[in-house]
Design a protein around this ligand. Structure first.
Ligand SMILES: Cc1ncc(COP(=O)(O)O)c(C=O)c1O
Length: 318
């Protein structure tokens, strides 16, 4: 609301300000015209489940039963809610890595989970292995991970995933793996934790379902890498400290060079005085204090919008 009131350029939420691809729009129109416009099977139209299983096999080498092991949901939030509500009972302990996508906390709270948050810190938001080892136990029911990661753009490394996997196996813990940005992995290979030895049986994973030629994903990445450079270099040039983003379309920056008391005050100033909207990062932590120096920007906007936002931010004073 504040962003609209002040005519701010919106770099908050992760939705592109350009149209989706023509072939997706055409396929949707064609499917509706072909009669696919009534109730569908609750767990997914069989052809779609098969296509998802094929893609998952191509990406991970894993063979998944399209009927019994794939459920199509309306977006990832629904998948997360169904998984958490289905598998977490009141009082069950669940480990989260902060910063985290806000929905996790809300959904886990609805399920009555006992949430244990482990904080990944800048500059690289590495997994705090010792803290994880001392937190996880036979009382832990599940760990929730997200790679590529919102809001940091971090991608969990093979070593980090191996560590999580071996601790989960040792303690008989489930993994809920949000991989909704798996096709937006820019600088390293995306790894599904389900593909690690012994993990398939204990992982519930979410991926975005889009059947498209490989060339589409290559182009998509190329475009996002270009946009990422415009935003990251622009933010650095106006004085932010910017942390590396290897995937997703988000980047975190340290706003403290501009002297505002916290992330909320900074974002209000940015909207009202500069005309750009970003997300205060305290919303991504159980303890808001931990996010008070950070602000999240998105680069899923056209180049003109990103350049205009940087132009406005040149007015920021250190
Ligand atoms: C990490 C992550 N998971 C899930 C979602 C939600 O996905 P959907 O819009 O498909 O429900 C988002 C959206 O921002 C996200 O960033």
């Amino acid at each position: 609301m504040l962003a609209i009131k002040h005519g701010a350029i919106n770099l908050c939420r992760g939705f592109p300000n350009f149209d989706g691809p023509e072939f997706v729009k055409e396929a949707a129109i064609q499917a509706i015209r072909d009669g696919n416009n009534q109730y569908a099977r609750g767990s997914g139209v069989p052809d779609l489940n098969i296509a998802i299983a094929d893609r998952f096999k191509k990406d991970t080498g894993l063979i998944v039963d399209p009927d019994k092991e794939i459920t199509v949901t309306t977006g990832c939030k629904e998948a997360i809610a169904a998984t958490v509500l289905g598998l977490i009972n009141p009082g069950d302990e669940v480990i989260l890595f902060a910063p985290f996508y806000e929905t996790y906390n809300v959904t886990l709270s609805v399920a009555g989970a006992n949430i244990k948050s482990i904080t990944m810190r800048p500059p690289d938001f590495a997994l705090p292995i010792e803290e994880l080892k001392s937190t996880i136990s036979k009382n832990t029911r599940a760990i929730l991970i997200n790679t590529p990661h919102n809001p940091t753009g971090k991608m969990f490394t093979q070593e980090e995933l191996n560590t999580i996997a071996s601790l989960c196996i040792e303690n008989d813990v489930l993994v809920f793996s949000d991989e909704v940005y798996d096709k937006l992995a820019f600088d390293m290979e995306h790894i599904s934790i389900a593909s690690l030895p012994g993990m398939f049986e204990r992982t519930c994973g979410a991926v975005a379902a889009l059947r498209a030629p490989d060339s589409y994903f290559v182009e998509l990445k190329r475009d996002y890498i270009t946009k990422r450079a415009i935003l990251v270099e622009g933010l650095k040039s106006v004085g932010f400290k910017v942390f590396p983003s290897n995937g997703t379309f988000f980047v975190l920056a340290d706003h403290t060079p501009f002297g505002l008391e916290n992330d909320v005050a900074f974002c209000e100033y940015l909207i009202k005085e500069i005309g750009v909207a970003a997300i205060p990062s305290s919303v991504f932590y159980l303890n808001p204090e931990e996010g008070k120096n950070l602000v999240r920007f998105t680069f899923c906007k056209d180049e003109e919008t990103l350049k205009a936002a940087i132009e406005r931010m040149k007015k920021l004073k250190k």
